[in-house]
Write a protein of this length. Structure first.
Length: 566
């Protein structure tokens, strides 16, 4: 007797009779019962596929198995054919290829598939449609990139000249060199990185190949692989345009170059690190035209923007922003300077490096090799009649002491510091050797910040939250009863990640009289934190949850970017 899918799912324990009736009562005329159960979060796609496979008497693959498809196997079938027929090759072993299909019993598709795989034996398994389409989108992007790499390199072998040295003014590249495959390959990597809005490009040599990964919205994504034989030539090309020593492969090196096009300018900072398999290269991309330096673009909520704007407009004192590398501290400070600059103020910055060039502001680039350190620049700036100073980073006692002196003598000072949260920033400053009474006298505002990915607006979906959602970040489910949450389904616009772009979350600590008194008395950071929260400070974790509630990001992103408040 034929068993209905609802009965199969109940028999396998995936749903109850009540849940089945709930799905059947929904008015989804164009959806099957399994799709309705998934849309109501009563069933996972893997469970539905297992039920359908049981019903049809065929084998099946789970979503994670489909998403781990081999690039070599996928290359046997064209992308258009795979999308049209909702299938993807998963594994190629000897002369057998394993293929995941939504409908493995479609005879016509099977005949065409056998023709596509060049005579290899085909073994099919049932798979979920969403997992198959996501795997297609992921894998064929990699295949396209790999083909572009192969086309760029061709069949030629390249080796860097071990005796060559970088010239002081850089190397002139003639047309023959400019047309070489290695130059084209490096250009391809950089142009793709800019197009994908990447902030970093990683070239990581391994035993057999070099992996290329882009950091997009704070997460590393593998984009292509380069044959290991070509790695030295690629690194040499990068060294040449960065004016580095191509003959030195044993030491770390740092350099930079710019990319200019008709519509944008991108600064690229290069770091080279010797590893056991060759030199690892990381290129940090800073698109000067890709972001408007406006406080309203950073993710401040209305009341947060009001507090921050109030303190950056004060005539003197210190505003410090803390957070790990890549949390957007410098961008926030640049936006603050852009907000307060005027013809009546002398604003000067000391940075390493100068990331954004802003009109109307005097920006100083630190050059350690010739003695232009943070401290040396600050001593000179004191004689330049400044009103406002931006100090790129407080790194040691000397720069911390100079920043304090600026603030004590009637100047407004902006800076950054590496610390985990706002109260810890105060402790960290004191740990640099600055007396607590000076720190308490100068500080106006301390702000910790993080960046979280924002949900793609093109594929954003709402769903009811469950108690498990809130328990996963140790929040009381009853507090958020009935609160919907949002996620990105995944689409070509966001590369099927469900996210596009990032926004800031902020922990803002105003140094009012009660906090100032606690700093004078060297009270520990936990007591300062508790008092600040009583006074209205929103901790980073709670600030992130607020962005979940308003539909900006997801609970998983908040969990990734912040720690639990104990």
């Amino acid at each position: 007797m034929f068993e209905k899918i609802g009965e199969v799912l109940i028999r396998k324990g995936f749903i109850s009779e009540d849940k089945l009736q709930q799905a059947l009562s929904q008015n989804y005329m164009d959806k099957k019962v399994g799709e309705v159960l998934i849309s109501l979060n009563l069933l996972s796609e893997d469970q539905l596929v297992e039920g359908l496979a049981d019903q049809a008497g065929v084998d099946f693959l789970k979503g994670d198995q489909i998403l781990s498809a081999q690039e070599e196997a996928c290359a046997l079938v064209g992308e258009d054919f795979a999308k049209e027929n909702k299938l993807i090759p998963i594994l190629l072993e000897n002369d057998t290829v394993l293929v995941a299909m939504v409908d493995p019993e479609d005879i016509v598709v099977m005949d065409n598939l056998k023709k596509s795989v060049q005579g290899k034996q085909v073994v099919t398994r049932m798979g979920g449609e969403a997992a198959i389409l996501e795997a297609i989108e992921r894998m064929y992007v990699k295949i396209r990139k790999t083909h572009e790499v192969t086309d760029a390199i061709g069949e030629m072998e390249f080796m860097a000249d071990p005796d060559a040295e970088a010239k002081e003014g850089g190397l002139e590249v003639d047309q023959e060199v400019a047309d070489s495959p290695i130059v084209k390959l490096v250009n391809l990597m950089l142009s793709e990185a800019i197009k994908e809005r990447a902030t970093d490009v990683h070239l990581e040599p391994e035993e057999k190949e070099t992996r290329v990964r882009y950091r997009v919205d704070g997460v590393l994504v593998e984009t292509m692989k380069i044959p290991n034989a070509n790695h030295p030539a690629v690194v040499s090309r990068i060294k040449i345009i960065s004016k580095l020593n191509i003959a030195e492969r044993r030491l770390t090196q740092d350099g930079r170059f710019s990319i200019k096009t008709t519509d944008r300018e991108v600064d690229v900072r290069v770091s080279i690190l010797p590893t056991v398999h060759g030199e690892k290269v990381v290129m940090r991309l800073l698109d000067k035209t890709g972001f408007m330096l406006d406080l309203r673009n950073l993710g401040f909520r209305e009341h947060e923007l009001k507090i921050f704007s109030h303190w950056i407009e004060q005539p003197y004192g210190m505003v410090i922003i803390s957070g790990p590398t890549g949390s957007g501290k410098s961008t926030t400070l640049y936006a603050a300077l852009n907000e307060i600059k005027s013809m009546s103020d002398n604003i000067t910055t000391v940075e390493d490096p100068v990331e954004y060039q802003i009109g109307g502001i005097n920006q100083v680039q630190v050059r350690e090799k010739i003695g232009l350190t943070f401290a040396a620049a600050l001593r000179s700036i004191l004689r330049q009649d400044p009103d406002t100073l931006l100090l790129g980073e407080i790194r040691d006692h000397e720069t911390a002491d100079m920043a304090i002196k600026f603030a004590l003598t009637g100047h407004l000072v902006f800076s950054t510091l590496h610390a985990n949260d706002a109260p810890t920033t105060i402790t960290r400053y004191i740990d640099l050797g600055i007396p607590p009474f000076l720190v308490g006298s100068c500080l106006n505002l301390v702000m910790a910040q993080r960046l979280v990915r924002t949900i793609c607006s093109n594929c954003k979906e709402e769903r009811p939250s469950t108690p498990e959602d809130w328990l996963s970040i140790h929040e009381d489910p009853d507090k958020y009863s009935g609160q919907p949450v949002y996620h990105g389904r995944g689409c070509p616009v966001c590369r099927n990640s469900g996210f596009k772009g990032r926004t800031g979350i902020f922990e803002i600590l105003e140094i009012r009289q009660n906090i100032r008194k606690m700093i004078y008395e060297s009270v520990n950071q936990q007591e300062i934190r508790e008092e600040a929260i009583r006074a209205g400070m929103v901790p980073l974790r709670n600030a992130g949850i607020n962005r979940v509630v308003d539909g900006t990001t997801t609970l998983s992103e908040v969990k990734r970017a912040t720690v639990e408040d104990f």
